[in-house]
Design a protein around this ligand. Sequence first.
Ligand code: UD1
Length: 384
Amino acid sequence: MKVILVAGARPNFMKIAPLMTAFGKRPRVTSILVHTGQHYDRAMSELFFQELGIPAPDVNLGVGSSTHAVQTAEIMRAFEPVVTAETPDAVIVVGDVNSTVACGLVAVKLGITLVHVEAGLRSFDRTMPEEINRVVCDAISDILLCSEPSGVENLRREGVPDRKIRFVGNVMIDTLLRNRDLAERSTILDTLDLSGEQPYAVVTLHRPSNVDDPGILESIMTVLDYIGRDIPVVFPVHPRTRLRLNDRGNSASSRSSLKLIEPLGYLDFLKLMAHAQIVMTDSGGIQEETTILGTPCLTLRENTERPVTVEMGTNRVVGSDPARILAACRAVMAKTASLRSGGKGNRCIPPLWDGRAAERIADIVLSHGRKKHYEQEHETGGVT
Ligand code: UD1
């Protein structure tokens, strides 16, 4: 059996790592890794391959940045000849980035089985580019693999037949659990002058809804600056956000109470999140990672497509209103200060976030492939 796995942007890499390992362990399976090149900076791509031990991509489409239409179209144009030449039994895409939907479209139009890992998540906010990618990719996928129960419910509501849906758990958490001890050896806290028991906050922001509107970005930066007067606020800045801050004459970058740093690698960032008093983010994956780490998370968006993180009690969706962010941040800091002597309190772990999601996925994909081969043989009188 031959499978093509697709990765394109930073949050894909930690999902692809355990899948490459799981498929690599299975005999008689050839797995081909295609990197679309959607993310290309060393700190956004290569570093993750090194740290997570992901083999070098077999093919790099080198597509790079552009508008949504051009980026999606270029990925499709470059991916189609790869699929045509390789004729895989399945194409596996992860998450909700432009690379996910672009490669998914190419696969199904060539009649190849499409597997979507992280299917069914819905923010119900069609202004998010990722929501469009999720809805489209799920509508065309043959095997829809869900990371949390809401994904299964959403797909059923949309009329996807049960035989296509499987609840497998979270591959991003496979990677977290596998790397947690290694991350503890990171010296990032010393580098940032945060050693010891000193509480600190971590921030990430990159959603167009937060960073593309100068007024919204300014008001968020102002409240972060305010919080930064109480505790250190470490903010690894995504390239998209860096561009927007630079567009604004860099006034935000000079705010003295914020530690604006370059994007971090996986292990440094994992350690930073694990020891933080609070994380404020608009990322999807970070809402999940903080759930496992037991670190309180404020989601600076109006919604989340990952409701299980809220149900588990670590995540709160607070939007981008500065007064709400400040009030929620102060409430978390007061609560965690009282908990500090006893650690992070009792933690709830979402079902099947157990480090074995990629193994389940490999088993499902292979058994689907075997069934398909059997059916094809049967149709041709058992002759292969
Ligand atoms: C993409 C995903 C988003 C994901 C995020 C994680 C889509 C629609 N969005 O958003 O879902 O949460 O990745 O990071 O797929 N840039 C660089 N270097 C890079 C990559 C990007 O400088 O390696 C800059 C470019 O100026 C580019 C901008 O960042 O135009 C945005 O990159 P892009 O891939 O279009 O979207 P992200 O905002 O990164």
